[in-house]
Design a protein around this ligand. Structure first.
Ligand SMILES: NC(=O)C1=CN([C@@H]2O[C@H](COP(=O)(O)OP(=O)(O)OC[C@H]3O[C@@H](n4cnc5c(N)ncnc54)[C@H](O)[C@@H]3O)[C@@H](O)[C@H]2O)C=CC1
Ligand SMILES: O=C(O)C(=O)Cc1ccc(O)cc1
Length: 285
């Protein structure tokens, strides 16, 4: 049971977490903190949080669980603002899409890593942002990855794990580096490809004519290009090394496909497409 949960950044992810825990009856009180009073007021009206404060120190007072759900570029600033106010036995976690940069930001903001800190990442979301897009079943049956550190207290780890399980999520643990490599491949690369493709076509097309004739496949492939640009800029800057490595690999494979088309090599194309179809069909089972 969480007595007081403080969420920094009551948007899609922070708001959905609050809604899920309230629905599960796991939380006595949810306090929100963010930059925008309008958004926090909206969060109270929507029944996402009980109350809010614009002052990070006040928001964190008496909290036994603190969740950082702000964009990656804002994590360090929030930590610096709460470093002298977080209860020593509070659990602290985050939902950031890359983990190495958050660990660095928390270390810098606090001066050292707090024992209660458990880095985390729900592998669930949508292309929408803001508290109005939050919904309580977002994490149901989805994975949450925790990347506990050498400094992480096992009590805090258990508490964060239980919190996510209460939302219906399946919790797994791995190292920070492994997380950042895997997510570069399965999440960061596809988002970059979608943004890149839509931008390229938009600049190529005459007054959106090109989109008028796009079918469902285009819509499926590019949904994630409607995601928040600031959030994705932060992710790219936060996980550069792993993203560059997976992009280089992908560029080689794309060259291979380009060359097969250029040669008119149907056999090669069929081999690639059959392997891809089998892999995706397995993934979607
Ligand atoms: N959108 C998605 O599908 C997923 C996002 N994430 C991660 O979750 C985090 C939040 O993303 P979303 O909920 O999608 O964003 P969002 O835009 O819906 O919510 C972010 C919230 O943070 C607040 N905020 C921004 N800068 C702030 C600052 N300096 N101090 C305090 N509050 C600030 C905003 O007012 C907003 O309420 C990001 O770190 C992202 O990497 C993780 C999994 C999925
Ligand atoms: O919209 C989608 O399908 C996503 O892939 C959402 C998403 C975005 C960022 C994450 O770190 C995790 C999930």
């Amino acid at each position: 049971m969480i007595r007081r949960l403080t969420i920094f950044g009551v948007g899609l992810i922070g708001g959905s977490l609050a809604l899920a825990l309230r629905r599960a009856g796991t939380c006595e009180e949810v306090v929100g903190c963010s930059r925008s009073e309008d958004h926090l007021r909206q969060a109270v009206e929507l029944g996402v949080i009980d109350r809010y404060s614009l002052d990070p120190a006040e928001a964190v007072a008496g909290a036994d669980m603190v969740v950082l759900a702000v964009p990656l570029g804002a994590m360090g600033g929030v930590c610096a603002a709460i470093r002298d106010h977080l209860a020593p036995d509070a659990a602290l976690t985050d939902v950031g899409s890359a983990k190495g940069s958050v660990v660095d930001a928390v270390r810098e903001g606090f001066g050292e890593l707090p024992h209660g800190f458990v880095p985390g990442h729900p592998i669930a979301g949508t292309e929408r942002s803001g508290v109005a897009a939050a919904f309580p079943t977002l994490f149901q049956g989805r994975r949450v990855i925790l990347t506990p550190l050498d400094t992480t207290d096992i009590g805090a780890l258990a508490k964060v794990r239980t919190m996510w399980e209460e939302t219906g999520a399946v919790v797994e643990s791995m190292s920070v580096a492994h997380h950042d490599e895997i997510l570069a491949a399965t999440s960061h690369l596809p988002h970059l490809l979608a943004f890149g493709l839509v931008d390229s076509l938009a600049r190529m097309g005459e007054r959106d004519e090109i989109f008028r004739y796009a079918a469902g496949g285009f819509r499926d492939f590019t949904r994630i290009a409607s995601s928040d640009p600031v959030m994705w800029r932060d992710i790219c800057l936060s996980n550069r090394e792993a993203i560059l490595s997976v992009m280089a690999h992908y560029q080689e494979d794309l060259t291979m496909i380009t060359e097969a088309v250029s040669r008119g090599d149907g056999e090669r194309l069929l081999e690639i497409f059959q392997r891809a179809k089998a892999a995706r069909d397995r993934f979607c089972e």
